[in-house]
Design a binder for this molecule. Structure first.
Ligand code: PAF
Length: 282
């Protein structure tokens, strides 16, 4: 496994690989890797000749007062997880190279970024699409893989790739959970042991709604109450949103059906966690 920090070197590597007819798959990350990332890397390995992952804590997707400085970083641990998961290249650029003095170009997906995390984290998706577009231009992958835990991010990236004719296949991969159901996330590292238990209220809320939906409840108002009741059993949990949307358009729905996305964002202490499920799907 090779570590590349230079943008020019990464581009030269990818140009050479492509000219030899080799297929490149790409897993963009902000590091502090976990088994969710590893599942993307293993699938990338299966699908292509070369697996590139990026480790870059992207400053433009964090708002003022968010956790950019505190975001967990551990390059040595990341290297061993990436290597064990079949990665060939870690691309780890410096922020000063990605956003040099005078930088002023951004990519904005307009409508899909309005609800859910877009509403509570203004500017977040503009930072995500900008960095992902830049990473795509540098790594030049044939395929890029993203986790479905960040469901809106995946939808926004698919839109960008289609709208800007990027010609990259985007693959969404299922949420990977801890044994007790907590969705894997680098931010779980912020949780104290007590908060780690409290955080299970997200999965319990998703499960309670799925059960109610399966028994015939389709009214979103009632399903939302079920989710909120489950979360409110944890006194420290503060709901940012509990929304029911069409999984393609992210438009709010009033009646649930197969393909309805239930998306949650909940604060446990100062840690904001997200999770989701699609009703009517496994
Ligand atoms: O999901 C993430 O880790 C980040 O948002 C991404 C896609 C790597 C962009 O910085």
């Amino acid at each position: 496994m090779r570590i590349i920090e230079s943008i020019q070197e990464m581009q030269a590597f990818s140009n050479a690989a492509r000219s030899e007819g080799r297929r490149i798959s790409f897993v963009p990350t902000m590091g502090y890797l976990h088994q969710g990332h590893a599942s993307l890397m293993r699938e990338a390995r299966r699908l292509s000749d070369i697996v590139v992952t990026s480790i870059f804590v992207n400053p433009t997707q964090f708002g003022a007062g968010e956790d950019f400085d505190a975001y967990p970083r551990d390059m040595e641990r990341d290297k061993s997880i990436a290597e064990a998961s079949g990665v060939d290249i870690i691309f780890a650029p410096k922020a000063s190279a990605m956003y040099p003095r005078g930088y002023e170009t951004y990519v904005d997906v307009e409508r899909l970024t309005l609800p859910l995390c877009g509403a509570s984290r203004p500017g977040h998706f503009r930072g995500v699409t900008t960095v992902v577009c830049k990473l795509f231009n540098i790594v030049m992958p044939h395929i890029a893989l993203f986790g479905e835990k960040d469901f809106q991010q995946l939808a926004v990236i698919r839109r960008m790739v289609e709208d800007l004719n990027m010609g990259i296949e985007i693959l969404g991969m299922p949420i990977v959970r801890e044994e007790d159901g907590l969705a894997m996330s680098s931010r779980n590292a912020y949780l104290s042991p007590v908060q780690r238990q409290e955080a299970l209220c997200l999965k319990r809320a998703l499960d309670a709604v799925r059960t109610s939906y399966m028994s015939g409840e389709l009214r979103v108002a009632a399903l939302r109450e079920t989710a909120l009741a489950e979360i409110s059993k944890v006194s420290s949990a503060v709901v940012d949103y509990a929304e029911f949307c069409d999984k393609h358009t992210l438009d709010e729905v009033l009646t649930a059906g197969a393909g309805t996305l239930l998306a949650l964002a909940v604060r446990i202490g100062t840690t904001r966690l997200i999770d989701n499920t699609i009703l009517g799907e496994e």
